[in-house]
Design a protein around this ligand. Sequence first.
Ligand SMILES: Cc1cc2nc3c(=O)[nH]c(=O)nc-3n(C[C@H](O)[C@H](O)[C@H](O)COP(=O)(O)OP(=O)(O)OC[C@H]3O[C@@H](n4cnc5c(N)ncnc54)[C@H](O)[C@@H]3O)c2cc1C
Ligand code: SF4
Length: 564
Amino acid sequence: MSQAIERETMEVDVLFVGAGPATLASAIHLMNQLEAFNRSAEAAGRSPIEPPTVLVIEKGAEVGDHMLSGGVMNPKAIGELIPDFVEQGFPTEYVCDYAGFWIFHPKGKISAPMVPPNFQKKGYHVVSLNKVAKWLAERAEAAGAEVYPGFAGDELLIEGDRVVGVRTGDMGIDKNGQPKGTFTPGMDIFAKVTVLGEGVRGSLSKQLIERFGLQGVNPQSFETGIKEIWKIDPKKHRPGRVVHGLAFPKILKEFHGMWLYDMQDDLISYGFVTTLNSESPHCDPHLEAQKFKTNPWMKNLLEGAELVKYGAKVIPTGGLYAQPKLYTDGALLIGDSASMCNAQNLAGIHMAIKTGMLAAETIIDALEQGDFTSKTLGGYAERYRNSWAYTEHYQARNFAPSAEKGIAYFMLNEPLRMITGGRGLKDDMRTEPGHSMMKKLSELPPEEREKEPFEFDGVLTFSKEHLVGFSGTAHEADQPPHLVVADTDLCSTTCAEEFGNPCENFCPAAVYEMVPDTANPGRKKLFIHHENCVHCKTCDIADPYQIITWTPPEGGEGPSYDGM
Ligand SMILES: Cc1cc2nc3c(=O)[nH]c(=O)nc-3n(C[C@H](O)[C@H](O)[C@H](O)COP(=O)(O)OP(=O)(O)OC[C@H]3O[C@@H](n4cnc5c(N)ncnc54)[C@H](O)[C@@H]3O)c2cc1C
Ligand code: SF4
């Protein structure tokens, strides 16, 4: 259908996809640096650069709607971007003055006598990334960029071997793929340079990396983070507290971690992170986050508290060795789309901002030279290599490969990594994709083949169906599901038998359900509750057959992560 459609076109100089910290910082820096460039060019009698047209598109209905982060931010990069960010009213909740590393055990918790260096967060800013994105977007617009929320980048526009822009998604198509009365075709936005800052597992970034063979030396690794905001008893609220922790003895079997940060108005940000390389098809990040709250200390903290918000999002944890080539003709990758999150420190906001700034400086070179090929855009990779962001990643380079070797290896290797500048026992280790670790039910010990039952109490712990209501997510029901399952027959047959349909477990929003198949008595078929999707991307990653593809739904749909 798309071939015959007449589409509106638009031309800009610089197109940013996604309105996250990476792209918004990049747009601000681009405009500020350009002004500085032109001032000095004028003083030196050189030609100035014509101010570029800059557009940021965002799939959420509002900027910030799809932002979900733990929210403790290293202030280094924002201080470089906007040195007086505090005076300009940056939305800091609190500055961390207590950083703890706690071990939770069946009777409560103990504080580790020494906080590991990667969790020493004193002086870091606790933020809501939703508020930060809004704050940055205001500054990007004031600097001259246009920001269009409600527009999802659906397809890369490529001419020959060069990226020339992005096609936004069509709107108003019914569930059978037919245009409705409200049909509006997506727009072709042509740009001299397209900067992908879609965050984790970006759908266009995936296309770009595959099409141009930009993959890093290791496949990306991932964790799913569940976040809840609660309003707690003011007496239990502790401004400036930043806690990371783990559950003992569970940690001896599985990698996971938790965070707890206090926010304004007696709110807390609680999160639980589960790695997506589990051997168990029952791996269920939402369930793990619920179970963790039954620890006596957590139970006490949340007694009488009120749940305010729920959400989930994947974290890219592969680090340096999973980083793709950062540029190709006409395009750049920044932030989480480029594996810039430092998983060792659970810190990606400052990396997103910094890589956005480095990309902006390179775009100024490209504008000056009128060249948007790899020859000039490659300067971004060079700048990155000479920056503190690379040094930080280099120190953390073996974190993900070491974690993948199992708890015993990791525990032994961690102290060694710390004293050998990040090397540890072995450097440059190869990893396998997380989904390939999942074992078939028949390969598990008999007592592990059934998922352990768990009763949600509706006070402290809640079902996925209930929690989705706290994510603010909304999707038009009459549209083609944006979760594309290549072979649903496989779900009913091979997957049901081999893995027991793990999509019902790993999706934190109850999107996938195996329901009785009336046409085939005794069999079940897949039903997709696509309207529940919180855009976390777990299914696109964790499915053992790799037949699920997450695609953007109509622009403006998805979660509404106010205050997250
Ligand atoms: C659970 C969790 C906890 C974390 N905790 C911390 C922490 O405490 N401290 C820290 O520093 N970092 C933390 N991080 C990491 C940090 O949040 C990320 O590294 C950072 O947000 C990356 O910024 P970004 O701009 O690259 O992408 P994002 O912040 O993900 O922004 C990308 C934007 O692009 C939009 N988008 C995506 N695809 C499209 C498309 N095709 N068309 C249009 N728009 C699109 C998305 O809707 C989104 O708004 C955490 C991450 C998670 C998931
Ligand atoms: S359908 Fe996929 S992307 Fe959507 S909430 Fe479930 S796992 Fe996340």
